[in-house]
Design a protein around this ligand. Structure first.
Ligand code: BF8
Length: 665
């Protein structure tokens, strides 16, 4: 029986996407949504019960088949599959970090003159973490030594990853006691590949220990370096005002979309798009200018630092081209659909691959080289401009939302304490008092198997209503941006009374955009600072906080989830069934087992209501364990911007009564 195709409204919760999906149906253009409807996921693979690790298989451990040909049990198979997925995710984030180290090295040695150190303060801070002397030395020398020290983290023969010492002391002790402190980034990934070869590690718990260690090498190693070095090269983010959703595309300008993950080329494209000569060239072709926007985490990188608008998240990449208004989609690495090629072929859009690591059959490859960065970026913009006269009918949905991104941990410190006394103390105090019930980090992807954006939107709405501060990265952050949740005004409308008071006082939205997926390392830093600030225990596992990726789909998301758990967090992966659902013992090891061993736990929960219920229960449990007051929203909401007009409209006597209660009479 043919599978039923979902209606656009069933497939997506995003209005701009629904409009374009209707057009895709009319035009009979295939998208990830229609392909997803046509393909039933293999239930055996989905649950982690299929072993493909040798040519005696694949062995499907279903029904009466309890062991694979080699004798591997379901516990071994599920744990090995999970370990391999985490190794791949970790390698993707970390290789991205490595490339940034090479860019910094090239810049410092004068081989990549379009780049330089844009944040010398961050360079000094990173130098300290990596044991590089900074004081009294020329900037380029420090930058070179920082780049070399960063590169050494990937394959050094002895010691441990240096950034581990940025974690709370108690957490470092747990890693030592459990033997899961990563030694070098690449080594832990390679060791997973080795251990999961046929005939090696065949004990689920032992495999999962190495998975924790490998993931920590991502979070505190590769990803943290990617964030740090991006800040050094391109600037540490601070709030900017911009917009999100496909309505940011322009009817009369050349539209260039940057998509993927690395800021290296996209930062040059931002510069090239402002080149007066190229703007004139665009005008000579009938456009009024050049309009840049982004998809996925390249978008998040340039959004955070340059305010480049967001065209959309992961599942909107094909839909952006369907607007007919995109002259070029420029992609680098990760999360790029091969399905873009046939969609772009139906329009005038140039699909341009740029990374030496990524070619896509049918796309135009313009290889990016750091030593000619701006020149290549200009060539790409020129290619886009040349497509403008070929543009046909357009259908840009008139849908976009205002947003304020740019919440690096440095800026959060500054917002809460000012330049000379930057500190997370006010955040800790707000949690201790109960104005803020706790913190949720909502991160990760979209997944065609669940309604696009729906779970992100649902959980975020519920959390801010319940006075939970939400921090976000990746495609989850883009979902919230499109909902308009990332403006301070939203706090007035949606946040609970305590959270609203805090947001109004500090002037921040209740949902903070903290960057791309490698920038989950910023969240690790905030959690570490909260733990060491005092009043919320002594470890990340003590903080009333939860991490989640309700619409996750990528192996990177599994690595992030695992390093957050290894750092002490309770993490919920939502949406579809978990990658180890076929094995109760592995599910137990990741939840109760990991909680006992390292203080964090991983759970797979499908329904949004249950995700929210368990997250709030965890936050309240942690509050109780810290001896904090029980969460009580009725205590708050007597101050703030919304309250003022209300109070001012009352006669004096009623106003006094409203502020002081009847005792004021
Ligand atoms: O790294 S959230 S879909 S774009 S994997 Fe990909 Fe997932 Fe989006 Fe950013 Ni992260």
């Amino acid at each position: 029986m043919a599978k039923k195709q979902r209606s656009p409204e069933e497939a997506s919760a995003d209005r701009a996407s629904i409009a374009l999906l209707e057009y895709a149906c009319e035009m009979e253009v295939d998208t990830c949504f229609s392909r997803s409807d046509a393909i039933t996921p293999c239930p055996i693979g989905a649950d982690g019960r299929c072993c493909k690790n040798c040519a005696m298989g694949p062995c499907r451990l279903v029904g009466k088949t309890e062991r694979g040909v080699c004798g591997a049990t379901i516990e071994t198979v599920a744990a090995r599959n999970f370990a391999r997925a985490v190794a791949v995710g970790s390698s993707a984030h970390s290789d991205h970090g490595r490339d940034l180290a090479y860019t910094l090295l090239d810049a410092a040695e004068g081989h990549a003159t379009d780049y330089g150190v844009r944040d010398p303060f961050k360079l000094k801070e990173v130098a300290e973490y990596l044991g590089v002397k900074a004081d009294g030395r020329p900037l380029d020398e420090v930058a070179r030594d920082v780049a070399l020290a960063a590169l050494a983290e990937f394959g050094k023969p002895q010691g441990e990853i240096l950034n581990l010492k940025r974690a709370p002391a108690r957490r470092q002790q747990i890693w030592k006691e459990q033997g899961i402190a990563p030694r070098s980034i690449d080594r832990e990934i390679v060791e997973i590949l080795h251990r999961t070869h046929i005939g090696n590690d065949q004990d689920a718990e032992h495999l999962l220990d190495q998975t924790l260690r490998c993931a920590l090498g991502d979070g505190w190693g590769g990803s943290m370096l990617a964030t740090d070095l991006s800040d050094v090269l391109f600037g540490t983010p601070a709030p900017v005002v911009t917009e999100a959703n496909l309505g940011v595309l322009s009817e009369d300008q050349v539209n260039v979309i940057i998509h993927g993950h690395e800021p290296t080329l996209s930062e040059m494209i931002v510069a090239a798009a402002q080149d007066p000569e190229l703007i004139e060239y665009a005008k000579s072709k009938g456009a009024t200018g050049i309009n840049l926007s982004g998809i996925c985490c390249t978008a998040n990188e340039t959004l955070m630092r340059q305010g480049v608008p967001l065209a959309g998240n992961f599942l909107q990449q094909e839909l952006a081209i369907l607007t007919g208004a995109v002259e070029a989609m420029v992609v680098d690495i990760q999360c790029i659909f091969q399905g873009l090629v046939p969609v772009a072929d139906k329009f005038h859009t140039a699909l341009i691959t740029t990374s030496p690591k990524v070619k896509i059959t049918g796309a135009t490859h313009v290889q990016f080289e750091e030593d000619r960065a701006l020149e290549i970026a200009k060539d790409i913009i020129r290619m886009a401009i040349d497509r403008f006269p070929e543009r046909g009918e357009t259908r840009i949905p008139d849908i976009r939302s205002n947003m304020v991104p740019g919440f690096s941990h440095e800026y959060i410190d500054y917002a809460l304490g000012g330049l000379y006394r930057g500190s997370l103390r006010p955040l800790n105090d707000a949690i201790i008092a109960g104005r803020i019930r706790g913190v949720v980090a909502n991160i990760g992807c979209n997944n065609t198997r669940v309604r696009h954006d729906e779970l992100h939107n649902y959980v975020v709405t519920e959390f801010i209503k319940n006075d939970v501060l939400v921090v976000e990265t990746g495609c989850g952050a883009i979902a919230s941006a499109k909902m308009g949740y990332m403006t301070p005004e939203t706090a007035l409308e949606l946040a609970g009374p305590g959270l609203r008071e805090v947001c109004e006082t500090v002037g921040i939205p209740p949902v903070l955009h903290m960057g791309s997926c490698v920038d989950n390392s910023r969240i690790l830093t905030v959690l570490s600072q909260m733990a060491t600030e005092g009043g919320l225990g002594e470890d990340i596992s003590d903080i009333p906080a939860v991490g989640m990726a309700p619409e996750w789909m990528s192996e990177k998301a599994l690595s992030i989830a695992t390093y957050c758990v290894a750092s002490g967090a309770y993490v919920i992966l939502g949406g579809n069934s978990g990658p180890v659902s076929g094995c109760d013992e592995v599910l137990r090891l990741m939840s109760d087992g990991w909680e006992k061993k390292i203080g964090g736990r991983l759970e797979f929960i499908e329904e949004g209501e249950e995700i929210v219920r368990r997250a709030l229960a965890h936050i309240d449990k942690k509050r109780a364990a810290l001896g904090l007051a029980e969460y009580d929203p009725t205590k708050w909401g007597r101050s703030g911007d919304r309250r003022m007009p209300e109070l001012l409209s009352l006669p004096l006597e009623k106003r006094i009564e409203a502020v002081y209660g009847t005792a004021g009479k």
